[in-house]
Design a binder for this molecule. Structure first.
Ligand SMILES: [Zn+2]
Length: 99
């Protein structure tokens, strides 16, 4: 599963050359000039626009899903100590899986 703004991005067509995945730091794979909805609100409103689609090629991997969950938990968790622990785990997870 991909999460917009983390491992999938929909910038306006031609605005951005390169986006790194916020989860694992790898360069995202790009599809140029995609026409479609860029959010569920747009989808419901029937709004389609031309955009580029950047998505992380690792985003179907189990470790990447775990990394995304950790990242979200780090952002959400109010405890600085727990954040530190989870950041360490996240770094380790990514280092073990990125070649
Ligand atoms: Zn990624």
């Amino acid at each position: 599963m991909s999460l917009k703004g983390y491992d999938i991005f929909y910038p306006e067509t031609g605005k951005v050359n390169k986006i790194k995945c916020k989860v694992c730091g790898e360069n995202c794979f790009v599809l140029y000039n995609v026409v479609g909805a860029t959010s569920s609100a747009d989808a419901m409103a029937g709004i389609v626009r031309s955009h580029d689609c950047f998505s992380c090629l690792n985003n179907e991997e189990d470790w990447h899903k775990q990394a995304l969950d950790l990242l979200l938990e780090i952002e959400r968790n109010p405890s600085l100590r727990l954040k530190e622990i989870m950041k360490d785990e996240l770094d380790e997870l990514i280092q073990n899986n990125i070649k």
